[in-house]
Design a protein around this ligand. Structure first.
Ligand SMILES: [Zn+2]
Length: 286
């Protein structure tokens, strides 16, 4: 028996061949459609592409409609950002309103400058009453690449805590000795630099030259007029201001995004109409 006769008797084949123009292989969906012209496929891949596109357009449409509503995710995020800004502003105000410290004037203890040698090992001596404070640097120079880094001064002898007046309370004495320690280091570095640059050394008379109440915050200022409390406060204020600016930027980006998506509504509707028309032409019932 010729092979073709065998196929002719296959009931599935016979059924398939009864569908005019069908060339799809088994397993593909059969789309109910008007019989396309002979040799033209109903383009299932085209339909799948259009349906995927339609899903995308529906999502865009939904987002655009949402963006036009009074209550929408962008406005909700903006509301949260605005609440955050209120909190940051409150924190910022609290920094501005930190109560002024009321610290005593340092005693009029005599201070003098002793030996100052800038070459490593550097040596800077400062005497408070009869107590010497010796700053020294290490002898070795650390060579890094093309430049040589100079060793920092270190306090090798002298105890700032011993200078704090005995009549002051514990926390004030501790604050004073910490501030004096910082001030002495700045002064010693300054003296070393001046010696290196052949600049005259300053005239020191009393402890008040080294550590004095800050007119702004009431803490003690250090040598050179540097106030650690004011510096810290300025740093915190700036960080909070930067935070507010960043949140305001986020708000404006949210609003821009919302407006942009809301504006796409007519285009999304038109695209949906187009894709629906194309699907309909291919016989797809939506
Ligand atoms: Zn200050």
């Amino acid at each position: 028996m010729p092979k073709w006769r065998f196929w002719e008797k296959d009931p599935i084949r016979e059924q398939s061949s009864a569908l005019p123009g069908r060339t799809a292989t088994a397993g593909e969906p059969i789309v109910p459609t008007a019989a396309p012209p002979r040799n033209q496929t109903p383009a299932p891949e085209r339909i799948a592409t259009l349906k995927r596109r339609r899903d995308g357009i529906l999502f865009d449409l939904e987002q655009s409609e949402l963006a036009q509503q009074e209550d929408n995710p962008w406005r909700q995020r903006i509301a949260l950002l605005e609440e955050t800004i209120v909190d940051i502003r409150a924190e910022r105000t609290a920094v501005d309103e930190i109560p002024r410290l009321n610290l005593p004037e340092p005693p009029a203890t005599p201070v003098s400058i002793g030996e100052v040698r800038w070459e490593d090992p550097a040596l800077v001596e400062i005497t408070i009453v009869d107590r010497p404070f010796r700053f020294e640097s290490d002898l070795d120079w650390a060579e890094r690449g093309t430049y040589v880094s100079r060793n920092d001064l270190e306090l090798r002898s002298g105890d700032p805590a011993a200078i704090a007046p005995a009549g002051w309370d514990g926390p004030t004495r501790e604050r004073f000795s910490n501030r004096l320690n910082e001030s002495l280091f700045i002064l010693a570095s300054d003296l070393r630099n001046r010696a290196e640059n052949d600049e005259p050394l300053p005239n020191l008379s009393t402890l008040g030259d080294l550590i004095a109440p800050c007119p702004e915050c009431g803490d003690w200022k250090l040598w050179g007029g540097f106030c650690p409390s004011c510096a810290e406060r300025a740093q915190r204020s700036k960080a909070l201001d930067d935070e507010i600016i960043a949140r305001l930027g986020e708000i404006s980006r949210e609003e821009e995004e919302r407006a942009e998506i809301a504006e796409r509504l007519p285009v999304a509707r038109r695209r949906l109409t187009d894709v629906d028309a194309e699907l309909s032409a291919l016989g797809v019932v939506l």
